[in-house]
Design a protein around this ligand. Structure first.
Ligand SMILES: Cc1cc2nc3c(=O)[nH]c(=O)nc-3n(C[C@H](O)[C@H](O)[C@H](O)COP(=O)(O)O)c2cc1C
Length: 407
């Protein structure tokens, strides 16, 4: 969402990982960004210019002195850029950028870029660890460039170590983060997500359809906006968000323990998890066998701890507590009762059961009810966008609270 309509420069230099820049370009294009690729001569030894021209739908700049009579192309590109990314960045280009050398199209353009710059070093481990390369990276970092640490793993030079270019999806994620306003800087946020699973016997359980998508979208958005995020997650099929401390739990009891253990340091608590209200009273140690003589069986259930209520009781005046209400009927009435009963500052109510909203879906339709009596309608949209509006609302509420305190 953040990259839509943005003008980005993608610098590609002569490393073996130049092929990954093709996939990065494809992902960037999908976001709706306009990409201008600048290649060094060495980069073209690894991947052809045509590939980047076709995929970016823009001419690739590689020769500073070619076709310059109509405009000063490198300055136009630098001035119009919302951000620049160099992936992969060779030791050579890193050295040139660190010392202000401008002897090709990429290094010259980069000197004129005033928007955020991300540099993704990729090289053999010994090269990467070389004191001169490290010194150059330090210089660039001190100058305000964002340095994306390389991954560890098998390298093309048949060694194993640090120096691999991170995967394109990860670079994209970090570009989005680089361009996101850090309006949650300094905030600690505790989030719960996903379902809980309550054992009936060693092979069966009671759970629900929560996919964790909404909670994970909120965790990702909070991290990008500068917060330190702790995510307590039930079992889901989603990769842990980048830069987020993720604690995996199964049962409501485990989730309660983790949420309460991490409560004191949290400024904002967002409880998105769909926690089982009841659990089997007497989970069996051995598998319950089918008996031909019994047509019906019943399982006695007992109440689980009410995590939200406990947090609501414990929370201090400085903490902001958000709950989610997943309802099939009487959305508003039930949400308002829950907000009051559990001492919440805000509740996000969503109707579950529809295909395009609630559990499992990538989209959601939510109404936020706030303690002061106001509400915000969020029409059907991607869960990522819902997450951003929810966070905007929390930030508005927190600053209103601060203003009241300062009066
Ligand atoms: C097969 C091959 C692979 C290379 N891979 C890398 C690499 O991954 N990282 C790097 O910094 N240099 C690598 N180099 C060296 C650079 O291509 C060389 O330093 C070049 O001058 C970089 O130019 P540029 O920064 O203008 O693209 C490689 C060279 C060869 C021949």
């Amino acid at each position: 969402m953040i990259l839509q309509g943005k003008d980005l420069l993608l610098g590609v230099t002569g490393g073996i990982a130049a092929y990954k820049a093709v996939e990065l370009l494809r992902l960037l294009k999908k976001t709706g960004a306009n990409i201008h690729v600048i290649m060094t001569d060495s980069a073209q030894e690894f991947v052809g210019k045509t590939t980047f021209e076709v995929l970016s739908e823009n001419p690739v700049l590689s020769d500073l002195f070619f076709d310059t009579h109509s405009s000063v192309k490198h300055i136009d590109l630098a001035t119009g850029a919302d951000a620049a990314v160099i992936a992969p960045a060779t030791a050579n280009t890193i050295a040139k950028l660190a010392h202000g050398i401008a002897d090709d199209a990429l290094s010259t353009t980069l000197l004129a870029v005033t928007s955020p710059v991300m540099i993704c070093p990729s090289m053999n481990t010994d090269m990467y660890q070389n004191i001169r390369v490290q010194r150059n990276l330090d210089i660039l970092e001190q100058d305000g460039c964002h340095i994306l640490d390389p991954d560890s793993g098998a390298l093309a030079c048949k060694t194993v170590g640090t120096g691999r270019l991170p995967e394109p999806w990860f670079i994209l994620d970090r570009i989005c983060s680089m361009l996101t306003k850090k309006d949650l800087d300094g905030k600690n946020i505790l989030i719960s997500a996903g379902p809980t699973v309550e054992a009936i016997d060693p092979v069966r359980f009671v759970s629900n359809h929560s996919s964790g998508k909404m909670g994970y979208a909120i965790a990702r958005a909070c991290e990008k906006r500068g917060a330190k995020v702790m995510l307590v997650s039930g079992p889901v099929n989603i990769d842990p968000p980048v830069n987020v401390d993720c604690i995996h739990v199964e049962t409501c009891d485990e989730m309660a323990d983790q949420m309460l253990a991490n409560l004191d340091s949290a400024d904002i608590i967002i409880k998105v998890a769909a926690v089982a209200d009841y659990k089997p009273l007497d989970p069996k140690k051995s598998k319950i066998k089918k008996k031909d003589s019994k047509k019906d069986i019943s399982i006695s259930m007992t109440e689980n701890p009410d995590i939200l209520k406990r947090i609501g009781k414990k929370k201090t005046n400085k903490q902001f507590l958000v709950g989610f209400a997943a309802e099939t009927d009487d959305l508003e009435k039930n949400a308002l009762i829950k907000m009051k009963k559990k001492n919440l500052d805000m509740i996000a109510a969503n109707i579950v059961g529809a295909k395009d909203s609630g559990f499992k879906a990538d989209t959601n339709k939510v109404k936020l009810f706030i303690k002061d009596g106001s509400s915000v309608d969020i029409p059907l949209m991607e869960k990522e966008k819902v997450a951003d509006i929810l966070i905007d609302t929390i930030i508005e509420q927190l600053s209103a609270k601060e203003n009241r305190c300062n009066l």
